[in-house]
Write a protein that binds this ligand. Structure first.
Ligand code: NAD
Length: 362
């Protein structure tokens, strides 16, 4: 057996799109064994943890995982499994390629961007102080004493840590990614004009590391300007590297440029372990209806195959997906010109068409 890969079907639409994706991967003929483990709300109820030992052990063993989306119920003690995994395994790089495929409805054509988002620090590090709590008031007093800045007493606070280590990791990752994938330019995105000690630090690290990669063009942009540029002139950009919050927002913006969440793949990558998953969530209202688009997870599988050096299988899978979308016949409702088009097929039938196409191309 050449590859053993952890498979987490997830919940909501997760099991349907993972089943479709596994079939498409297997149709490429690569030698693969799936180590199937479960995580999600049901497992939490049984085992009392969002990250069961079976998942941790499997990923530690296999180093590579393919994951369906997992619901995070609102207003319960259940914290996001997705965030827990990224933190636990230090999957510090979130990679989201956003590429136009002919046949996907979008206002834009020929988009080919890669968003690389830092996954572990920034305002998402989870250091928060709740309105009115003694610690919060103490911190507000401390800030007044040290910085002579009076924050309103009726404030909640979130701390924004950006470290040299975290910035070096993600920025170096972006330049290495650009080199390996023959991309021409890396743009560092920040708000260093306002947040000098966090984004300023990030920008300094960006400039220092960029200087080590003379074969790759580099530039930096302030995040608000970057948003406008992406909407007006996306063709000017290539690989973007961003701290956590800006990365989260801009990866959805870039997904919007290529036609939405149904076609936006992703990967969470650390030094040892890599976990591949779609950008979208578990869309609970479509659970079990054999309705949603499997493309985003299938394109995440393309990234996975490239990561494990199965380049031929990755190319065939991507070609099969793009030609089924371009033909526009065996596609899900969201890829039809009219979302109520009765000729739209289900998740499973779209996967059948992709499997047939893979056989033709192989
Ligand atoms: P969502 O991405 O699940 O769905 C939003 C809407 O996007 C859906 O109602 C649907 O219209 C559309 N959509 C999503 N995926 C699609 C697909 N494959 N094909 C066609 N249309 C699709 O976002 P949400 O409703 O905000 O989140 C639902 C749950 O998913 C929440 O509990 C959230 O926490 C979780 N979530 C999980 C992940 C993850 O596992 N990585 C990521 C995001 C959200």
């Amino acid at each position: 057996m050449k590859h053993i890969i952890t498979l987490i079907p997830g919940d909501g639409i997760g099991p349907e799109i993972t089943e479709a994706t596994v079939r498409a991967i297997e149709a490429t003929g690569i030698d693969i064994k799936w180590d199937v483990v479960q995580a999600g709300a049901e497992v939490y109820e049984k085992e009392g943890t969002v990250l069961p030992d079976a998942v941790v052990e499997s990923l530690k063993r296999n180093k590579i995982g393919l994951k369906g989306p997992i619901t995070t119920p609102v207003g319960t003690g259940f914290r996001s499994v997705n965030v827990a995994m990224r933190k636990f395994f230090n999957l510090y790089a979130c990679v989201r390629p956003c590429k136009s495929y002919k046949g996907v409805r979008s206002r834009y054509e020929n988009i080919d961007l890669v968003i690389i988002r830092e996954n572990t620090e920034d305002l998402y590090a989870g250091v928060e102080f709740e309105l009115g709590k003694p610690d919060t008031l103490e911190l507000i007093d401390f800030i007044k004493e040290k910085n002579n800045i009076q924050i309103r007493k009726d404030s909640g606070l979130t701390i924004k840590p950006i470290s040299v280590t975290g910035s070096e990791n993600i920025i170096r990752f972006a330049f290495e990614y650009a080199r390996k994938n023959k991309r021409r330019k890396v743009t560092g995105v920040h708000k260093a004009n306002i947040m000098k000690y966090t984004d300023g630090l990030y920008l300094d690290v960006f400039r220092r590391i960029a200087a080590e990669y003379s074969d790759i063009e580099s530039e930096d942009r302030i995040v608000d300007n970057m948003c406008m540029q992406l909407v007006q002139k996306p063709e000017l950009y290539d690989v973007l590297v961003l701290p956590n919050l800006y990365g989260d927002i801009l990866s959805d913006l870039a997904a919007g440029l290529i036609g939405g969440l149904g076609v936006a793949p992703g990967a969470n990558i650390g030094d040892e372990i890599a976990l591949f998953e779609a950008t979208h969530g578990s869309a609970p209202k479509y659970k079990g209806l054999n309705k949603v688009n499997p493309t985003a997870l299938m394109l995440s599988a393309v990234l996975m195959l490239r990561h494990i050096n199965e380049i031929k299988a990755a190319d065939i899978l991507e070609k099969a997906i793009s030609s089924v979308i371009k033909e526009g016949k065996y596609v899900t409702y969201d890829l039809k010109a009219d979302r109520n088009d009765p000729t739209a097929v289900g998740t499973s039938e779209m996967a059948d068409a992709i499997v047939r196409k893979i056989k033709e191309l192989s």
